[in-house]
Design a binder for this molecule. Structure first.
Ligand SMILES: [Zn+2]
Length: 440
């Protein structure tokens, strides 16, 4: 099957040509097979070719959400006005204790539905009950990296124990399933949720077996101060000593970093993932993206869950990353717009999802066809002087018209091709009432 996007404006995380106007982009099966100026005769059309008029479209690599808790749709806008620890322990954990497997499944479906609608084609997810969400992860057709824990009853640390064989079975079942779209990481929620000896045992096993780890690190000042009191070390130092910092691993937030922390993140090639909305809303702090760039740290962006982040909207996160960085450094050019786009496309796509022989997150011949189109035929895109600035600074999720993952169209002009929007929204609306009933 061949698709041609005709006369599009292409936006790339590439300093040499971030914007290319009047271009034809050809997709053959799951790969970008050609990029040509629109006026050139380049491809023979036959019965297997679909031609789309892309004159009003900004065509962009699919966005990658590098840190999310997709199942949390039920708790959207719930527990506002609290610091992270109060919010987590007095609001979220009691509500989550009521979740059944089916609740988690439908909540995950809602997260995937919302992300696709806004142009997110891949997500690094940290679920509560991962098995429950897998059927929708597979059905969605998106790239989904799911975290399975190696710690049992992680919300009840006194009885916490390691469960390695269960993790191995899930890894065997789900890693690279669905034509390689699904990946499995090990969830190490944080340094503060498990007893220290259990964490050390789990870390040693994960390192020994080479599994990839998704964790939260240095989200709040309290997390860092508690570790200094308890262990005389900062969490990143502890994680480095346990072998949990690695180019294959990913740490959400990384808000409170000193120079020594940035040096460790850089040394081990760890992917740091600030979630600006969540970090600001929980008063965790201001992400320090410019300092990360200057220190040579790898970084990407995430939405976090819908409760702390309110929405799974990476357009908002890119905008905030840009605005915060400008204000923090008194430099409106702290990040070029293509660098902001890079945080949600090439950097995380390549780091989290690409196998050795695969290219992702770019508009190049030979790259995987994970693509989205933003419709600029709207008042807020008129006049369109700088399309890349428009994409970063005022695109809304509802501006996304068309989403393709691995060569398959998953959303087009208001319609999902795989997910049942009406059913998913009904289930989540109904279940949310039950889950929050009677809670303060
Ligand atoms: Zn999180």
């Amino acid at each position: 099957m061949r698709t041609i996007l005709q006369d599009a404006t292409l936006l790339s995380p590439n300093p040499n040509h971030p914007v290319q106007r009047h271009m034809d982009l050809v997709i053959q099966d799951d790969i970008i097979s050609g990029i040509y100026p629109h006026h050139l005769e380049h491809t023979r059309h036959d019965a297997n070719t679909r031609v789309l008029n892309a004159r009003h479209w900004l065509v962009i690599p699919g966005l990658v959400n590098s840190h999310a808790h997709s199942y949390m749709a039920y708790f959207r806008n719930y527990g506002s006005g609290l610091h992270l620890h109060d919010w987590l322990f007095t609001k979220i954990f009691p509500a989550e204790a009521r979740l059944t497997q089916e609740d988690v499944a439908w909540g995950t479906a809602m997260g995937l539905l919302e992300m696709l609608r806004g142009g997110i084609t891949a997500v690094c997810d940290m679920p509560l009950i991962p098995q429950a969400g897998m059927r929708f992860a597979e059905e969605s057709g998106m790239r989904v990296a799911t975290g399975f824990s190696v710690f049992q009853t992680e919300f009840n640390p006194p009885s916490c124990k390691t469960i390695f064989s269960e993790f191995e079975a899930n890894y065997a079942q789900y890693h690279n399933r669905n034509n390689g779209l699904m990946k499995v990481f090990a969830t190490v929620h944080s340094g503060y949720l498990y007893p220290a000896d259990v964490l050390a045992e789990g870390a040693a096993w994960l390192v020994q077996h080479g599994y990839r780890v998704h964790t939260h690190l240095h989200e709040t000042r309290k997390e860092v101060e508690d570790d200094l009191l308890l262990f005389g070390k900062r969490p990143i130092q502890r994680f480095a000593e346990m072998g949990l910092l690695s180019p294959k691993n990913i740490a959400a937030h990384c808000v409170h970093l000193e120079e020594e922390d940035r040096l460790l993140l850089k040394k081990y090639g760890m992917l740091a993932v600030p979630c600006p909305t969540s970090n600001l809303r929980l008063a965790a702090g201001f992400p320090q993206l410019v300092a990360m760039k200057e220190a040579g740290v790898n970084y990407a962006l995430g939405t976090d869950g819908q409760s702390s982040g309110n929405a799974m909207d990476l357009w908002k996160e890119m905008r905030l990353a840009s605005l915060l960085s400008s204000a923090q450094t008194n430099n409106p050019g702290a990040f070029a717009d293509w660098e902001i786009l890079q945080m949600c496309t090439s950097t995380p796509a390549q780091h989290l999802f690409a196998e050795e022989n695969e290219t992702m997150g770019v508009l190049e011949v030979g790259a995987k066809a994970d693509l989205i189109a933003v419709n600029t035929d709207a008042p807020h895109f008129t006049a369109l002087n700088d399309p890349l600035s428009a994409a970063i600074h005022h695109t809304l999720p509802t501006d996304v018209d068309w989403v393709m993952v691995n060569g398959e169209v998953l959303y087009e002009q208001g319609q999902y091709t795989r997910l049942d929007e009406e059913h998913i929204r009904y289930e989540v609306q109904t279940r949310s009432k039950r889950l929050l009933h009677g809670l303060a």
